[in-house]
Design a protein around this ligand. Structure first.
Ligand SMILES: Cc1ncc(COP(=O)(O)O)c(C=O)c1O
Length: 392
């Protein structure tokens, strides 16, 4: 049927996220899903959030239900600034509340990208960031990576060759690979960015979900980097994603531009949710909650990585993340994980094929598996089904 709606050219080729498409199938059937990065809902601090929302509505109901500023509720800005200040001194005036860090990605894209501008991303990278930048008209250029993240020499060469508007990195427990940049790599990457003056969009939703190894500082906290970085952070992975509360930290004029862009997108984030998160942070022990979640996820990471390591065919490789939510498998050869997905769903298991995470030439033999949603016995059953689907 013909449509009266002629899509804008920047929307050409922008498709829905394959993860969301898969999830809609998975939710309606008896399928064990390793697909989405879906936190285990049984770990949510329901009582604490019930108390926080109750307190907000009982004591500040009129305010909570009213329009408010675009920047965010002062209590939340203060709590966020205090938490960020553990690794990077932050004033509440340097924080902008967002509706999840996804909105932060979108806002930065809107504020910085002219059609045709280049954005450098890791190979592979978070696919919804690719979507958001593409919708702003960006040309995405993938920079080569190894098991420690983006390669500093490759980054320097890409900057010299493409003059990007900014670089988008997920340095800690990356989506989709789960890998993290060690301290030395962080310094080398920061040196390249400082020498060239190219801004960094640092996305850090997973950094606090560390199972082992030394805590990593955000690149934004390295000397000289704060002024050149927009740092994104979120309540989604450490509290609950349904809250849709995130925040960004930036310095200088860009903050005002991001605020204006947010006005145009949605005026403000929900006041009730912001005040409840602020109340939760002020009265509950988020660190203790994270420690509980991390203990569970660590066990699941172990179960999935041991199970997969036993069954993957010769020549395949698997990341072993020190935190976060994802494993990344590369089967190698001619296997196309996207073509195999319908068989896997028939067998009752789902994963995300790797190709959409590539801004450059995709490696179609890759797949992302999340270990956080299911109990270890369910993980074992899901891996059996996966083995059957792939004939391992
Ligand atoms: C790397 C990365 N950035 C941002 C997001 C968006 O998260 P949210 O908008 O829920 O904060 C996600 C979610 O999976 C992610 O993996």
């Amino acid at each position: 049927m013909s449509t009266p709606f002629l899509l804008a050219s920047r929307f050409a080729g922008v498709t829905t996220s394959p993860v969301r498409d898969i999830l809609s199938v998975v939710n309606s059937r008896d399928v064990i899903s390793f697909a989405g990065g879906i936190p285990d809902a049984s770990l949510f601090e329901l009582d604490d959030f019930r108390a926080a929302f109750d307190h907000v509505l009982s004591h500040q109901g009129a305010r909570a239900l009213q329009y408010a500023t675009t920047r965010g509720e002062p209590e939340l800005l203060e709590q966020v600034a205090a938490r960020l200040s553990r690794t990077l001194p932050t004033h509440p005036d340097q924080v902008q509340v967002t509706s999840g860090s996804q909105e932060g990605i979108f806002l930065v894209g809107q504020v910085l990208i002219d059609p045709g501008d280049v954005v450098l991303v890791e190979q592979p990278t978070y696919l919804a960031a690719v979507q958001a930048f593409a919708m702003a008209g960006a040309r995405l250029v993938a920079v080569d990576t190894d098991e420690h993240g983006v390669l500093p020499d490759a980054l320097a060469a890409a900057i010299a060759g493409h003059h990007p508007k900014f670089v988008y990195l997920i340095p800690t427990f990356q989506n989709p690979t789960g890998r993290s940049m060690p301290a030395e790599r962080r310094r080398a990457v920061a040196d390249v960015l400082l020498a060239t003056g190219v801004p960094l969009l640092e996305d850090d939703p997973y950094g606090e979900l560390r199972f082992e190894g030394e805590a990593a500082l955000p690149l934004a906290s390295l000397p000289g980097m704060a002024a050149q970085t927009v740092l994104l952070n979120s309540a989604s992975k450490v509290m609950a994603p349904g809250l849709r509360v995130g925040w960004l930290r930036a310095e200088g004029d860009i903050l005002r531009s991001l605020e204006v862009a947010k006005q145009a997108v949605g005026l403000q984030s929900a006041v009730t949710d912001q005040l409840a998160v602020a109340r939760y942070l002020a009265t509950c022990d988020l660190d203790a909650h994270i420690a509980r979640v991390v203990a569970v996820y660590r066990e699941r990471r172990d179960a999935m990585s041991a199970g997969l390591a036993r069954m993957l065919p010769e020549g395949a490789s698997l990341t072993r993340p020190e935190g976060g939510m994802f494993l990344w498998a590369r089967l190698g050869g001619a296997t196309d994980t996207a073509l195999r997905l319908p068989t896997a769903v028939e067998e009752g298991v789902a994963y995300v094929p790797g190709w959409p995470f590539f801004a450059g030439e995709p490696d179609r033999s890759t797949m992302r598996l999340s270990y956080v949603t299911n109990h270890v016995d369910v993980i074992a059953e899901g891996l059996d089904r996966l083995g059957r689907a792939f004939g391992w």
